[in-house]
Design a protein around this ligand. Structure first.
Ligand code: C5P
Length: 224
C-alpha cells in the first residue's frame, strides 16, 4: 500500500503541530526549507515524539563532502527520508548514499518548475523531452544507490517502467478531483498515482488548508 505524506508548508512550527494534532493517524510529515530554516531540529524532534516519521525535504545539491555531512546529520537526527538533487552528480550521490545508513534518500530529477526551455538553458543543449531527462537522471540516482526518486504524475509511469518495481516513487502534486490545484500545474489523482506506481503520496494544502483536515486525510487513506 502506498503511504500518505503530509507536506507541512505552513509559516510556523506551532501551526504545523496544530494541524498535526488534528490528524491522529498521521504517519509521515514532510518538512521543507521554509519551515526547517525557521524551526530547525527541534520541530523534527517534536514530530518524532508524536510517533511521526519525518521526511526532510531540503533538496541538497553541493560538493560531495558537504552533502555527505548534511545527510549524516539528518540520519543522526532520526529523519526517515530526505531529498538530494540528482543534478549534483554521481560523486555527490554516492557520497550521500554512503552517509545515509537507514535514512531513505530520494533524488529530485527535473524540478516541476522547469520546462524544456528552462532545462535547456541549464544544461546548454537541446532538450526535446523532459521525461527522457528525468529518466536519465533517475538511472544515475539508482546506480549511486539511492532508495528512490521524487516524480511528478506526468513522469511516474515512465519512471516505474524504466526502473522496475523496487525504487520508491515519491509523488507530489496529488489532488482529488474536488481539490483546488493551487499553483500545481501537473496534478495527479491519488488513485492514478497509485496505479502508476507511487509508493508515497505527498499532499500539502488540500489537508493543511482544509476546514476538516482529519476528514480529508481519512478519505485519502481510504483511497489508498
Ligand atoms: O500543497 P501541495 O500538495 O501542492 O504540496 C506539495 C508539496 O510537494 C510541497 O511541499 C512542494 O514543495 C513539494 N514538491 C512539489 N513538486 C516537486 C517536489 C516537491 O510540489 N517537484
Amino acid at each position: 500500500m502506498a503511504e500518505l505524506v503530509v507536506a507541512f508548508d505552513v509559516p510556523t512550527g506551532r501551526e504545523a503541530l496544530a494541524v498535526a494534532a488534528r490528524l491522529p493517524a498521521l504517519k509521515w510529515a514532510k518538512l521543507g526549507s521554509m519551515l526547517y530554516v525557521r524551526e530547525g531540529p527541534a520541530l523534527v524532534r517534536e514530530f518524532q515524539a508524536r510517533g511521526v516519521r519525518v521526511f526532510l525535504d531540503l533538496k541538497w545539491h553541493d560538493i560531495p563532502s558537504v552533502v555527505a555531512g548534511a545527510v549524516a546529520a539528518a540520519r543522526e537526527l532520526g529523519a526517515a527520508m530526505a531529498t538530494v538533487h540528482c543534478l549534483g552528480g554521481r560523486a555527490m550521490l554516492a557520497a550521500a548514499t554512503a552517509a545515509a545508513g537507514d535514512l531513505a534518500l530520494v533524488g529530485v530529477t527535473v524540478l516541476t518548475s522547469h520546462d524544456a526551455d528552462a532545462f535547456e538553458q541549464i544544461v546548454g543543449r537541446g532538450v526535446p523531452d523532459v521525461g527522457f531527462e528525468a529518466e536519465r537522471l533517475a538511472r544515475v540516482a539508482m546506480q549511486a544507490g539511492l532508495r528512490g526518486v521524487v516524480a511528478s504524475g506526468r513522469e511516474l509511469a515512465l519512471l516505474r517502467a524504466a526502473l522496475g518495481p523496487d525504487p520508491w516513487m515519491v509523488v507530489p502534486g496529488v489532488r482529488a478531483p474536488e481539490d483546488a490545484p493551487g499553483d500545481q500545474a501537473r496534478t495527479v489523482t491519488p488513485r492514478d498515482a497509485v496505479r502508476c506506481g507511487a509508493t508515497h503520496l505527498v499532499v500539502g494544502r488540500p489537508i493543511t488548508l482544509a476546514k476538516d483536515p482529519a476528514g480529508v486525510y481519512q478519505r485519502l487513506m481510504e483511497t489508498l
